[in-house]
Each structure stands twice: as C-alpha cells, then as structure tokens.
Design a protein around this ligand. Structure first.
Ligand SMILES: *[C@@H]1O[C@H](CO)[C@@H](O)[C@H](O)[C@H]1NC(C)=O
Ligand SMILES: *[C@@H]1O[C@H](CO)[C@@H](O)[C@H](O)[C@H]1NC(C)=O
Ligand SMILES: *[C@@H]1O[C@H](CO)[C@@H](O)[C@H](O)[C@H]1NC(C)=O
Length: 319
C-alpha cells in the first residue's frame, strides 16, 4: 500500500481500524490516475453505513475499506474537487455528492459518474458486482476480485478501462469552461435527453421494449463488460462466491488488463478492452490529432449508424 502522506487519511485509517470485522470483505481502492481522485461511497438502503463515505486519494495512493458481510453499495471517483476559500464548501466538477464536505454522508453522485456497484452475499450466497455507465462516465475504473480460489466463470475483472472523455460524442460531453474546454465526463443519453426510450421508463420500462441505442452502443463498444443501459444485465453482471475481497482501481493501465479466463461465460466472454479500440490509447495521453480524428470518426460512424459514410471518411484520412 502506498504511503499515506496526508493527515486526514491517517485519521480515516485510525477510524477504520476500530471497525470490528469478524466476517467482512475488504475493498482496496487505488488511484492510478495522474491526478487526485476523491472517492465517494454510498451504502445501499438497509445496509450499514461505513466509517467513511468520502476521502481523498492523491495519485499513487490507496486505501483499504472494510465492509460488513452482506453489504451493498457503490463506489465512484470525484474529480476536479476544491474547497471554496470563503464558504468552506467542498464541491467537485464530476461525481459531486452535494454534501459540501469530503464525506458524502448518504448521498450519491450527480451524473455523469462511472459506478462500481456491489451486493455482497446476495442470492445463492454470491457476491454480485458491476461497473455501470448507465449514469454516464467520468473516469476509467477496474474492479478485480482478489483471493479467488476456484471463483468460477463469472468471478472475473470488470470495468471500463478506456478514457472516454476525449472521444465522447459532442452532445454528451461535459467540459470545464475554466480550463480551456477540457472534457471531463461523458453523459448517458438518459441524463442528456431524458426521454423514456433512453431512460428505459414508461412503456420502455422492460427489457423487451428498451433496446440499446446508438449512444449506449458507444459505451458498450468501448467497454464491453460495463453496463451501458438499464437492461444490459446479461453481459454486465459478475458474480463471485461470498468472501472475496475486491480491488478498485481508478485509471488502470490499459495495456496490462487483458482478459485471461479459461472457460468464460456471460460477460466474462467479452474482452475487457475492445481490441479494435486499442488505438484509443494514444488519445488518452494526448496522441496525434489524426489518430484522435480516426478514433472519433470510427466511433461516431458505428454509434450513429453512419456506417455508409465510414469508408469515405477512412479514405479521406488515408488510414
Ligand atoms: C449470507 O447471508 C445468509 C443469510 O441470507 C447468512 O445466513 C450467512 O451467514 C451470510 N454469510 C456470510 C458469509 O455473511
Ligand atoms: C468493438 O468496437 C467495434 C467498433 O466500435 C464494434 O463494432 C464491436 O462490436 C466492439 N466489440 C465488442 C466486443 O464490443
Ligand atoms: C455466468 O453468467 C451467465 C450469464 O448471466 C450465466 O448464464 C452463467 O450460468 C454464469 N456462470 C456461472 C458459473 O455462474
């Protein structure tokens, strides 16, 4: 575990060590991003609140959070946070929970935010978990079960490990006006347009009528194991035997996270990284404009059903 240089975190560690933990699971949260992330935690209705519901992790830092068995809840990362010097109110440009403080104290994130969702010791004594882009995306997240044993086919890593902020379709992009229009998050179509088709509500409130949209496919093509819309269950829910611990990594390295299952089933049969999207790598690190254009054009062509335009676009770019 990285050294925890900052005093508030030492305080949290002291608190967490008082947490009695007879049978429990440990979530280790690692910030592998090149910037500070302020994770938030929301415990599900009817499960115990944790000793912490929000903390800060500088680049390279990690924190272990112990949860009771049968806990349910979600983790997410807040980015671009600051405390107003005059009011003392803490806010974040993405994932803000509206508490005005570091702790979220029972509030969830304002969308868009990438969510890591857990139900421990659920139906059949299994843990259920997923990474969801249903409420949009703000940073790459990987959830990996640890101490697996014979975990079974669906006890495997899931997440959205690609940086989608730069390639988010323009109608969904969230940009910061005070830092040169930097793209910091990508909204879901439900959040952006609010219609029943995109939100799977009203007459679209069941899996037979609510289908993937061009927008949800943008997320699914980039992150095949993550939830891209409300009824994306069959390829996006993962299960492990109760008793497993979990590693949650913000900004995992995209080159070292290949799927390695021997007998994959369900969502585990899908790659963690879409191989045809690997060229997105250079974009995240500020690669050449042409690669960026290519990636965006290809995603747009696929997502927008403009496949007929794609060959000419491609020729124009001379790839
Ligand atoms: C899982 O939940 C069941 C009840 O639903 C309980 O009897 C059992 O002790 C729980 N297992 C663990 C490891 O907490
Ligand atoms: C990968 O992305 C391409 C292009 O966006 C898409 O056609 C394909 O279905 C995706 N593959 C998976 C496994 O999601
Ligand atoms: C994995 O998930 C798929 C789809 O939900 C399911 O059909 C399969 O039975 C699961 N496998 C295990 C080992 O639980």
């Amino acid at each position: 575990m990285a050294k925890l240089g900052c005093l508030p975190l030492v305080g949290f560690l002291a608190l967490l060590s008082f947490f009695s933990c007879a049978i429990c699971a440990t979530f280790t949260i690692i910030n592998n991003c090149g910037y500070t992330v302020w994770p938030g935690v929301l415990s599900g209705a009817g499960t115990a609140a944790l000793a912490t519901s929000g903390f800060s992790l500088e680049s390279g830092q990690s924190l272990a959070v112990h949860v009771p068995s049968s806990w349910s809840g979600r983790f997410w990362g807040r980015t671009h946070c600051s405390t107003d010097p005059s009011t003392g109110i803490f806010t974040c440009d993405t994932g803000d929970c509206g508490s005005g403080r570091l702790d979220c104290s029972g509030s969830g994130p304002a969308p868009p935010a990438t969510l890591a969702e857990f139900t421990l010791n659920g139906s059949g004594g299994m843990d259920f978990f997923d990474v969801s882009l249903v409420d949009g995306y703000n940073l790459p997240v990987l959830v990996a079960p640890q101490n697996l044993g014979n975990g079974g086919g669906n006890c495997t890593a899931t997440g959205c490990v690609v940086d989608l902020n730069g390639i988010c379709p323009s109608g969904l992009q969230v940009t910061l006006s005070d830092s040169g229009g930097q793209s910091v998050a990508c909204r879901s179509a439900c959040d952006a347009f609010g219609t029943p088709e995109y939100c799977c509500s009203g007459e679209y409130g069941n899996p037979n009528t609510c289908k993937p949209s061009a927008y949800s496919l943008f997320f699914k093509n980039s992150c095949p194991r993550a939830y891209s819309y409300a009824f994306d269950d069959s390829t996006s829910t993962f299960t492990c035997p109760t008793g497993v611990n979990y590693l949650i990594t913000f900004c995992p390295s995209t080159t070292s996270q290949k799927a390695e299952e021997t007998h994959p089933q369900g969502g585990a049969s899908l790659p963690l990284i879409n191989e045809t999207m690997v060229f997105l790598g250079p974009i995240a690190s500020g690669g050449p404009t042409r690669a960026r254009l290519y990636a965006f054009a290809k995603v747009a062509a696929t997502a927008g059903g403009l496949a007929t335009l794609w060959p000419s676009f491609r020729q124009h770019l001379r790839f």
